[in-house]
Design a protein around this ligand. Structure first.
Ligand SMILES: CC(C)(COP(=O)(O)OP(=O)(O)OC[C@H]1O[C@@H](n2cnc3c(N)ncnc32)[C@H](O)[C@@H]1OP(=O)(O)O)[C@@H](O)C(=O)NCCC(=O)NCCS
Length: 405
């Protein structure tokens, strides 16, 4: 079994076929491959190739620039389209692909890799740590009222893809620049991911609707959603399912959610991939009836611990020495002294010992060192080091990634 980069479109089609298989679909068609190549570089797809040339596995990486605490955008490998055919599972193919991919990411000088895991058990062994959480709301329309005194602003319009291509990116960019876990989107990304709507990706829903909230003529929020229409014995029971909702101000947040919660004929508003500190908890009169469900969000890998730690900003500059364990990427195994926002290797005694995957869990601010300690994931060698590390790594708000890539 050889792991190598794809060099032709047909190889890309074959290497993405294993993951597509699990979505219950045929091999990707020309239209899909063509669209994919508008935001994905062919050579970033690794294929697992048998002696006879058959491709039985694939693992890809998108070239992202992800926001880290402090509002810096860091080159990040967005790991995607990972799959091994069921005929070849559990023979070490994923491990070999992860090896080839991470070595490639390191050579490219990307300090971080990030992914969405289909199952939480898969990627920890390669040094990925759970770095953000998401909440899904399933708001029962009958309990969709806000607390008294919430004011809404502006007006909402439904727009087509061309108008959306003008109006949505600035709203997204405003939030993305300051939200760890979000990443820059190119025009090609918008045009070939958010603002397309192939019928076989609707999963029983309506075409995409795009609502834009304008305040004084300026777009301040948007919602992309589908209606999953159904009728019960007593009338319409449609579910409004959001794909992405983004707002730049508290008033715009309240207004776009008021719009979504008030669409007629709906029984439920189902909104996945929301941040765990979502204002809806404090906006709704009966937040319990939004039935929040927690799940894992981004998994992050510090491919270059020194560069990754030095890239983000810190709330304090108290020096701290982290002894980082990293079986899969031994170049990271060292004592790292973090002082004045810079991480360098050191011979100093360590204050904390932890695995690189656990360091990834605190990196974006999704968890704290205290959380790690309570789960037995960090060893404190110097009294007070957990407290000091938390004071240093403290971030405003939690990381959020609104899109599965
Ligand atoms: C997940 C998947 C890629 C694993 O591929 P694979 O070639 O069977 O994995 P490997 O044989 O290299 O296994 C590597 C290790 O991961 C473990 N592992 C792999 N998949 C696992 C899973 N779904 N749950 C738990 N452990 C898993 C193996 O037991 C093995 O453990 P070890 O190294 O401790 O012995 C493959 O099962 C698959 O394509 N699944 C469906 C699609 C999918 O979920 N893709 C991931 C999208 S994020």
């Amino acid at each position: 079994m050889q792991i190598r980069r794809c060099t032709t479109i047909d190889e890309l089609r074959e290497a993405t076929s294993p993951i597509v298989h699990y979505f219950g679909r045929d091999k990707p068609d020309d239209e899909w491959v063509e669209r994919w190549l508008r935001f994905f570089e062919l050579e970033r797809m690794h294929a697992a190739v048998e002696d006879d040339g058959a491709i039985v596995g694939g693992a890809g990486a998108l070239s992202l620039r992800m926001t880290v605490p402090g509002g810096v955008q860091v080159p990040t490998a967005g790991v995607t389209a990972v799959g091994v055919l069921p005929t070849h599972r559990r023979r070490g193919i994923l491990r070999s692909m992860m090896r080839a991919q991470i070595d490639d990411v390191r050579e490219r000088g990307e300090p971080l890799a990030a992914l969405w895991a289909s199952e939480e058990t898969i990627y920890g062994r390669y040094g990925y740590g759970l770095a953000s959480l998401n909440v899904q709301f399933d708001v029962d329309k009958a309990f969709g009222a806000f607390r008294p005194g919430v004011e809404t602003v502006g007006r909402v319009r439904l727009v087509d893809f061309d108008t959306a291509a003008q109006q949505l990116p600035p709203v997204y960019d405003t939030l993305q620049r300051s939200t760890p876990g979000m990443y820059e989107r190119s025009e090609a990304w918008w045009r070939n991911r958010q603002l397309v709507d192939p019928e076989n990706f609707r999963f029983g829903g309506s075409p995409k609707h795009i609502a834009v909230l304008e305040v004084d003529g300026e777009p301040q929020a948007y919602a992309i959603y589908r209606l999953h229409v159904s009728f019960g014995d007593l009338g319409p029971e449609t579910k409004l399912r959001t794909i992405e909702v983004v707002a730049t101000t508290p008033e715009a947040t309240a207004s776009i959610w008021r719009y979504l919660l008030d669409v007629d004929w709906t029984k439920t508003v189902s909104a996945g991939l929301q941040p765990v500190d979502h204002p809806l908890f404090l906006l709704l009169a009966r937040p319990n009836f939004s039935k929040p469900t927690l799940s894992d969000g981004l998994w992050v890998r510090l491919v270059d611990v020194g560069a990754a730690l030095s890239a983000r900003s810190y709330a304090g500059d108290g020096a701290i020495v982290l002894d980082v364990r990293d079986d899969f990427c031994p170049w990271n195994e060292a004592r790292w002294r973090l002082a004045g926002g810079e991480a360098t290797t050191t011979e100093d005694e360590a204050d904390l010992v932890l695995d690189v995957a656990d360091l990834a869990s605190v990196y974006l601010g999704g968890f704290t060192f205290r959380d790690l300690r309570r789960a037995g994931r960090v060893e404190e060698l110097t009294d007070g080091a957990v407290y000091l590390a938390d004071a240093t790594f403290r971030t405003e708000g939690v990381p959020w990634c609104p899109e599965i890539f």
